[in-house]
Design a protein around this ligand. Structure first.
Ligand code: NAP
Length: 548
């Protein structure tokens, strides 16, 4: 933190935003448009959020670049994506470009980790405290904390005794990490592990992958974009956004337009899956059968197709068997996209250890010990996931009306209305908090931020300065979110530690953390509220001016 930053921290602004990732930067732009004074506090030293911290080898998006961005007409025409699925550095650079283009970087205080946020009932003010003791006050308090920003700490004894290097994919250092000629372990085979593994394998002397649950990994089929493709996208960007906003996952894709029962011949189903596999990534989920997450038979067919692919790609039958997911439906855990993932296990310098039957017991001086034996490593990489969605909120001591703590209020799991607000925490707005839509995140952020801009304008026009959801609307939404989840095959992921429910973190209360009714469905819900005077929220005004 610079001296200039330190000297100017005891300010009051209309609004304060935590985080300078996609959500925080987009919110600052909206606040600037509304003419409100604002500051954003960011723990990192640059913008990017997820794309600042997750700089592990191979980190790239699973959303296609041209829809993993904001629909600002000026920026769409100026920015050129280089790849179908851009790497971490490019996405972070894009967020920086947006921040600079709208001149909001000057509102961001870097190197400030927020530890507490306290609402004062008497003067309708939030006081935000950072880890270096600085305090900021504001009327409107926004969290743009990211769904996946608190990595799970390695849950093993002996961490300190290990003499080698330890890395977490979710907290990767800025300096280049060189694995050349080293003996490396990767623990975890979720989306992060799957992207890291092939890169490490290329240079390490030996890579040992410790897998608890095999995943259904789709080939990303990443490639460079050429000028002609970019021109085509830019010539009708409105059509891209129109599709994305009407798509269940916020992608510019058309629905498959068919259900499992619409195709009677197995060979034809296989042809459809083959095409999905060739198109790669989420195209397999969304362009094969529209009932993939609703109909067990549809899902079984997709899962079996992937299993067949694994057996075809992986040469050693025993390794192929270990990599084959069973017992839980495809997509009930978030399916990753990889590049050369299964192929990597054909390399002589890569081995796979099943830690479901042979769990890791502890780290040792020279490596780690499973129930069966000890392994020696120079480097251990933990790709063991995140305390998702609520972790970052619960890490901050947030206190609303009458000093009630958010983490106590959510002791049995989060309850929100629309993933935006929670009762008893006036003027605290979560940009994609728990129970917001599960979909391509920049598309959701854009709509939520627009909605928030309208809500602030509504308050201003009606002479209100305080807004929070009602307990009834919140209870209804929580129930609705659970109902939708239970209509799908997703609940089966619970026994396989799906983070959609918090089931990946020991002791975390189980609650559906997202609205799975689709991006378009979510947009309808938030629009319904906004167009009916923000139905589900209650408004008030402080009787006496606070004098600030
Ligand atoms: P994750 O999906 O939760 O995977 C964590 C992995 O670590 C799993 O294989 C898990 O096994 C294993 N694990 C967890 N705790 C363990 C323990 N105590 N002992 C042994 N193994 C353990 O985490 P992630 O890979 O970081 O991905 C999280 C989410 O971030 C993704 O689902 C995705 O939404 C997002 N992400 C996106 C991208 C992208 O878009 N390209 C890239 C990376 C991450 P179990 O399955 O048995 O629990």
């Amino acid at each position: 933190m610079s001296d200039q930053d330190k000297a100017s921290t005891s300010t009051h602004t209309d609004a304060l935003v935590i985080g300078a990732g996609f959500a925080g930067v987009r919110m600052l732009i909206e606040l600037q448009k509304l003419g409100l004074s604002a500051v954003a506090l960011e723990a990192g030293t640059d913008v990017g959020g997820t794309w600042y911290w997750n700089r592990y080898p191979g980190a790239r998006t699973d959303s296609e670049s041209w829809s993993y961005c904001f629909p600002f007409p000026e920026i769409e025409q100026e920015w050129d994506w280089s790849e179908r699925y851009p790497g971490q550095e490019e996405v972070q650079r894009y967020i920086g470009f947006v921040a600079d283009r709208f001149d909001v970087r000057r509102h961001i205080r870097f190197g400030h980790r927020v530890t507490a946020a306290t609402y004062d009932d008497a003067d309708n003010t939030w006081t935000i405290t950072t880890d270096d003791g600085n305090q900021f006050t504001c009327t409107y308090f926004f969290t743009g904390l990211g769904h996946l920003s608190v990595p799970q700490e390695p849950p093993y004894e002996g961490l300190d005794s290990f003499n080698g290097e330890v890395y977490l994919t979710g907290r990767w250092p800025k300096e280049k990490v060189d694995f050349t000629g080293k003996r490396v372990a990767v623990v975890g085979t979720g989306a992060s592990g799957i992207q890291t593994i092939p890169h490490v394998a290329e240079v390490a002397e030996h890579l040992t992958v410790f897998q608890r649950t095999p995943n259904y990994v789709m080939p990303a089929q990443n490639h460079d974009l050429d000028d002609e493709f970019r021109r085509k996208i830019k010539s009708d960007y409105a059509a891209v956004w129109n599709k994305a906003r009407n798509h269940v996952f916020g992608f510019p894709m058309d629905p498959a337009g068919r259900m499992y029962d619409d195709v009677e011949i197995d060979a034809e189903r296989d042809r459809i899956f083959e095409e999905g596999w060739r198109n790669g990534g989420f195209h397999f989920v969304f362009e094969t059968f529209d009932d993939l997450i609703l109909d067990q038979r549809s899902n079984d067919a997709a899962a079996e197709f992937i299993r067949k692919k694994i057996r075809e790609i992986v040469e050693d039958p025993e390794t192929a068997e270990l990599l084959t997911p069973r017992g839980y439906p495809y997509v009930s855990k978030r399916p990753p996209s990889g590049t050369n993932y299964y192929e990597t296990f054909n390399r002589d310098n890569v081995s796979l250890v099943d830690i479901r039957t042979n769990p890791i017991e502890a780290l040792t001086t020279n490596g780690l010990r499973t129930r069966e034996r000890e392994y020696e490593f120079d480097v251990i990489i933990f790709a063991t996931g995140f305390d998702a969605v609520t972790g970052a909120l619960n890490n901050i001591d947030i206190r609303g009306e009458r000093g009630v703590g958010l983490s106590e209020y959510w002791a049995a799991g989060p309850e929100t209305y629309l993933g935006i607000g929670t009762p008893g925490f006036p003027n605290m707005f979560m940009i994609c908090g728990p129970q917001s839509a599960y979909a391509n995140i920049p598309v959701i952020i854009e709509k939520v931020v627009e909605w928030l801009g309208r809500a602030l304008t509504y308050m201003n026009e009606h002479g209100y300065d305080r807004m929070q959801p009602t307990a009834e609307a919140t209870a209804r939404w929580t129930e609705h979110v659970a109902e939708i989840f239970n209509m799908t095959l997703l609940p089966s992921g619970e026994s396989f530690n799906s983070w959609y429910l918090g089931a990946n973190i020991p002791g975390k209360p189980r609650r559906v953390l997202f609205y799975f009714g689709g991006a378009a469905g979510y947009f309808q819900e938030i629009e319904k509220s906004a167009s009916h005077d923000f139905e589900g929220f209650e408004f008030s005004r402080l009787p006496v001016a606070s004098g600030r």
